[in-house]
Design a protein around this ligand. Structure first.
Ligand code: PMP
Length: 418
């Protein structure tokens, strides 16, 4: 019986077939993950049984909705080792990072404390491995404030090159970097980067979107100031995510959206703002999705992230060894399975990534093709796009075997046998 730590029977979609009868082999969890029945049920129950305005009503439904909503915050906070009042709901990683960059932009025009103020001569440091959502908001912040964007560079196999750590200097105000690259799968040396940033008083921002679904993650132990991740990458719904911020930093951060639910007192002349996290949650939130994300965090915690990480490490090693043996296929990332996850992008010589993807799809294997919203790292590898297989906690060794056999057939199919 094929084994996966997240039982396959929990995921209705995994039993479907595609393309006229091929069993689905889902290797695209890096783009979006599948949801267990428990999460689907939790979302549906919010709509069918408990729908009421969160924190706004005196009636039972409002109370049930509020309890579920705040319970989800507790679950997600526990999942990443922090306190519930340090968790801000957003629509996803992209919004979380934009929230921070906008708040810093406001601080820079006199609406926030010195630690968040940027101006000419200051720098924001990212890495060449970032997803566009951890580059473009910072480029915009620099455009608005006159600060300069700098970056840590990469080694040939796509790891962050610690020899370039000296771009972090006394002018650096923010260091924003990914925990795990969504292209190379490389795990970043968080401790060294955080130490370099904090040595110069810079604020650290971790894009944890590709790490929290695959390994135990404790933001407090990592020592980061802010972190962002998305529900849909960790077996939860789309349209929901988190910005984590250390309590004292969130307390100092100016709000970036204004309206209901984020205020303390409003008069016609002026307004005072609520404490975090409410200060950053203007308007009505995606309540059912938030509850689904909480359920996903509980589901993963109950299986155990250690167990998931160990299983995925085993499958990653098999996948990498298999890819290395296939003529004409080049991995874009570390070739051994140490300090990396099971997101594996590769280049098939002579075949466009879209053709690779379509061929694999015709055999039931779902992968991602394109630049994966990470053009700079693709440029680093000398290609404009790639194919990426990425694992989730429901994948099995048998599925990796199906994928490898299919991949081995790509070049022969296109008459490119060596
Ligand atoms: N960062 C990384 C590393 C990602 O892989 C992704 C999603 N591909 C994002 C950020 C953006 O996440 P979302 O689209 O959920 O906002």
């Amino acid at each position: 019986m094929p084994f996966s730590p997240a039982p396959r029977g929990d995921f209705p979609i995994l039993s479907r077939t595609v393309r006229g009868g091929a069993p689905l082999v889902y290797l695209d969890s890096g783009a979006t993950s599948q949801r267990p029945q428990r999460v689907l049920d939790a979302v549906r129950a919010m709509d069918v049984e408990h729908n009421g305005a969160v924190k706004r009503g005196a009636h039972q439904l409002a109370e049930e909705a509020t309890l579920a909503y705040e319970g989800a915050r507790d679950s997600v906070a526990r999942f990443v080792g922090v306190d519930a009042d340090e968790i801000v709901w957003t629509s996803g990683t992209t919004q979380s990072i934009n929230l921070l960059a906008y708040a810093m932009s406001d601080a820079s025009v006199g609406r926030g404390p010195e630690r968040f103020v940027l101006g000419e001569g200051d720098s924001v440091v990212v890495t060449r491995a970032e997803h566009h959502s951890n580059i473009v908001p910072w480029q915009e912040l620099c455009l608005r404030t006159g600060a300069t964007l700098k970056w840590l560079d990469l080694t040939d196999d796509g790891r962050i090159d610690l020899d370039t750590l000296d771009v972090i200097d006394s002018h650096t105000k923010v260091v924003a970097f990914t925990h795990v690259s969504n292209v190379s799968g490389a795990i970043s040396p968080v401790n060294q980067i955080v130490a370099a940033a904090h040595a110069v008083g810079a604020v650290t921002v971790l894009d944890a979107c590709q790490s929290v679904p695959h390994m135990p993650v404790d933001f407090r132990a990592l020592g980061v100031d802010f972190a962002a991740f998305s529900g849909h990458k960790m077996l939860g719904p789309t349209g929901v995510g988190v910005l984590y911020g250390r309590r004292e930093l969130l307390a100092d951060l100016p709000p970036y959206q204004f309206g209901g639910s984020m205020i303390e007192l409003v008069t016609m002349e002026e307004t005072t703002y609520a404490d975090p996290p409410a200060r950053f949650e203007a308007g009505t939130q995606a309540v059912a999705q938030i509850v689904g994300m909480g359920e996903a965090a509980d589901y993963l915690s109950e299986i155990g992230m250690e167990e998931i990480a160990a299983h995925e490490a085993k499958l990653t090693a098999i996948m990498l060894d298999g890819i290395k043996e296939i003529p004409g296929v080049r991995l874009l990332g570390p070739v051994d399975s140490v300090d990396r996850t099971g997101a594996a992008a590769f280049h098939v010589e002579g075949v466009h990534p879209h053709d690779v993807g379509q061929y694999l799809d015709s055999l039931g294997v779902a992968v991602r093709v394109g630049h994966h919203c990470a053009q700079p790292i693709h440029r680093h590898f000398g290609v404009f796009a790639s194919t990426r297989a990425s694992l989730g906690p429901y994948n099995t060794e048998e599925e990796v075997g199906v994928f490898l056999r299919a991949l081995a057939g790509v070049r022969p199919y296109f008459r490119l046998e060596d």
